[in-house]
Ligand binder design. Structure first.
Ligand code: ZN
Length: 253
């Protein structure tokens, strides 16, 4: 686990629950808030809480970010209200890791996308100590048709009006461009994936993919090691660490 350091005001802002969550991570692809370069898992990292006020009634959004110890002190930083209250993926440095895989769901092997946020983002639902910290991303997709996942025996239900597109995989590593849009057109993800042939074949057959959102820990697992991926996902599902839905996927020619 990464050596995570937090100042007293950061601890106060996060509360005991948030401190535990923000501290219990191994940073894999986290980008430093200061120099915008990668933080390696063996480097100590400071927690920086960026807070945007979005009105007393709805609470405040706290973005938990990490920085190299040399680049930014652990601190609570106010960001202007003008910014989007909800984390806008790329804009706010909310890096997301997307993995495409063919995952055994008991009776069938299904095309599956796994979105893992690099750093937790919480919505502080009240003011002061003891307020509840919700996982913003999970809350948002749950409100948009996703369901909690407990077991992986069958695919989660379809979420309406989500749409993903992917380009034909090219090159020796089979890299494809993937874009995922939320029901209102918000960009959920855009970036590359290296889908295995079974993912592409499954999407061609069904016209959809399962999309799981949560913390599973697939970073560092070789793309070809389906067994290890499936085992980690079963464990994460049993621990209630992700939510999921089926979403429509189109192939862009
Ligand atoms: Zn740095």
């Amino acid at each position: 686990m990464t050596d995570i350091r937090m100042s007293p005001d950061v601890r106060t802002a996060l509360g005991p629950d948030g401190v535990a969550k923000a501290g219990a991570v191994t940073l894999n692809n986290a980008i430093c808030l200061g120099c915008e370069e990668k933080i390696y898992p063996n480097e100590p990292a400071n927690v920086v809480v960026r807070i945007a006020g979005i009105g007393r009634a709805t609470g405040r959004v706290a973005h938990v970010r990490y920085a190299h110890a040399r680049c930014h002190a652990s601190a609570v930083v106010e960001i202007p209200d003008a910014r989007s209250p909800m984390p806008a993926a790329a804009d706010d440095g909310m890096a997301m890791r997307m993995t495409a895989a063919a995952v055994d769901h008991g009776r069938s092997v299904l095309p599956t996308l796994i979105a893992e946020p690099e750093a937790p983002v919480y919505l502080n639902t009240g003011t002061g100590a003891g307020s509840e910290l919700l996982d913003v991303l999970a809350s948002r997709v749950l409100a948009r048709g996703f369901s909690p996942v407990g077991r992986m025996r069958q695919a989660p239900t379809h979420a309406d009006r989500w749409l993903a597109t992917y380009s034909t995989p090219v090159g020796p590593d089979g890299i494809a461009q993937l874009t995922v849009m939320e029901p209102d057109g918000t960009l959920f993800y855009t970036g590359t994936i290296a889908p295995p042939p079974q993912w592409v074949a499954g999407v061609e057959q069904y016209g959809w993919s399962v999309l799981y959102v949560g913390k599973i820990g697939l970073a560092g697992i070789p793309a070809s090691d389906q067994k290890a991926k499936t085992r980690l996902m079963r464990e994460a599902a049993a621990a209630g660490r992700f939510v999921g839905a089926r979403i429509t996927v189109h192939h862009l020619e």
